[in-house]
Design a protein around this ligand. Structure first.
Ligand SMILES: *Cc1c(COP(=O)(O)O)cnc(C)c1O
Length: 465
């Protein structure tokens, strides 16, 4: 069953331009079936290239947290490594070595006490890394239950309703009850008290997010850990934490070194982060790190050949490109601590400046200001009528900007917001151009107020966290 079904009106054949078609040869290519014959390489290239002109400009895509600009040197290294398969540790031992170094660097960056005690791996992104973190929690919970002679049925995972969709996927695919803690308009993410209230003996762990995809806010990991310490002291329940630091893992250590959210908290068992978000690498690479060997059950680990020996791996995929891992290592040694600080500070400065300017525009109010992740969300003031954030988003699209509008998480989903992700390469100059265009977009939709189509479930469903 294909996930993308053909609709009849897209079944027209593709046409090859006259200069590229071979004289006398077929000048069309079927769209939805494998062509019988071959095409010259330049004709095939042009067909694909031209069609992709309709994609948005990645750099103007402010919906994504994912890297859209890298230095040419990084691109060159990626190009040199496009043919390397990450799983072939035996054939590409130096790529494997760079992955190992990255894990060590990240483990110590995230406060692991004994660098050689921590363990981890690269993944395709945070989604896979979250699956691995969640599996380890589930396995360990089950071991503890069985060792105590208790039922290991009906596991649940406690997390804010604002979690990224990968956690709902994890729960569905691995048969864990998602305990989504409702969030409020005042605090649109998980709080310590609410997390503890939802825990019981079937809880495999609590997921704390650094930071939330909805508004860029950091969840109070240290407070959640302290509340779980308290819970253990009073009830004996020992509930561990996984930190989903998809974005924050490469921001907080550089901009907020005093913020304690990582392995410095003994209750934090594992951390994931997306190398392809604020790790500054093109997609797709993510990282999963466990605080020590005890945090990662051995029966989840498989062995692959490595330099005549065996090397442990933990992954959902087998084959995967090595290039993003090499690029991650490049970024780490290229920038170092000071370089990362400068780059992330620039993004935060741009985000807070832009948020401050938008706050002064008549129809808007801020939900966050870009001072945690360099990401902020803003909504229309309650008294604004006749148009919605969806209309503003569409008006911005006219100039090429992709600024998504979407509803907040369950319980506060009546509130629709716009979100801007500031990333490396979205300069202050581009931000001021966006601001001008936002002013124009507002006057345009204000002029049409009351005459715009009401957004439907379809137009609202276009964006997923
Ligand atoms: C982006 C994100 C994910 C998913 O990460 P991918 O790298 O896109 O797979 C998970 N959690 C949070 C908090 C995120 O921001």
């Amino acid at each position: 069953m294909p996930l993308h079904r053909a609709t009849p009106d897209t079944d027209l054949p593709l046409t090859i331009r006259p200069q590229l078609a071979r004289p006398g040869a077929e000048s069309t290519v079927p769209r939805l079936r494998l062509p019988d014959g071959e095409l010259p390489a330049d004709a095939a290239y042009q067909l694909v290239h031209d069609e992709l002109l309709l994609d948005g400009q990645a750099r103007l895509n402010l919906a994504t947290f994912v890297t859209t600009w890298m230095e040419p040197h990084a691109r060159k290294l990626m190009d040199e490594c496009l043919d390397k398969n990450m799983i072939d540790k035996d054939e590409y031992p130096q790529t494997a070595e760079l992955e190992r170094r990255c894990v060590n660097i990240l483990a110590s960056l995230w406060g692991a006490e004994h660098e050689d005690g921590a363990t981890g791996c690269s993944t395709t992104g945070s989604s896979e890394a979250c699956m691995l973190g969640g599996l380890a929690l589930k396995w360990r919970w089950r071991e503890r239950r069985r060792a105590a002679g208790l039922s290991a049925e009906r596991p649940n995972l406690v997390m804010g309703a604002n979690v990224q969709v990968c956690w709902e996927k994890f729960c569905r695919y691995w048969d864990v009850e998602p305990r989504l803690v409702p969030v409020s308009a005042d605090v649109p993410h998980l709080t310590a008290a609410a997390a503890v209230e939802h825990c019981d003996e079937h809880t495999i762990g609590v997921v704390a997010v650094l930071g939330s995809t909805y508004d860029g806010s950091f969840e109070p990991v240290a407070e959640i850990a302290a509340a779980l310490d308290q819970l253990q002291a009073t009830s004996g329940l020992d509930v561990q934490i996984h930190v989903d630091a998809a974005s924050g893992g490469f921001v907080a250590p550089f901009l907020d070194p005093e913020l304690v959210w990582d392995f410095r908290l003994p209750r934090v068992q594992s951390i994931n982060s997306s190398g392809h978000k604020y790790g500054l690498v093109y997609p797709g690479v993510g990282w999963a790190v466990w605080r020590d060997k005890a945090a990662l059950p051995e029966d989840l680990i498989f062995e692959v050949d490595y330099l005549g020996g065996r090397m442990p791996t933990f992954a959902l995929n087998f084959s995967r490109g090595g290039a993003p891992v090499v690029a991650q290592y490049y970024e780490l040694i290229r920038l170092g601590r000071e370089g990362f600080r400068r780059v992330q500070q620039e993004s935060r400065d741009t985000a807070t400046w832009l948020a401050g300017e938008i706050a002064t525009l008549e129809p808007f109010r801020l939900l966050s200001d870009g001072s945690e992740l360099p990401v902020f969300a803003f909504a229309l003031r309650p008294d604004v009528a006749g148009y919605t954030v969806y209309d503003v988003s569409e008006a911005l699209r006219f100039r090429g900007w992709i600024v998504p509008a979407y509803p907040m998480p369950p319980a506060i989903e009546d509130l629709a917001v716009l979100r801007v992700c500031v990333r490396n390469g979205f300069s202050h100059d581009l931000a001021s151009l966006l601001l001008d265009d936002l002013r124009h977009a507002v006057s345009k939709v204000e002029a049409l107020a009351g005459h715009l189509p009401v957004p439907t479930a379809d137009t609202r469903a276009g964006f997923h966290h």
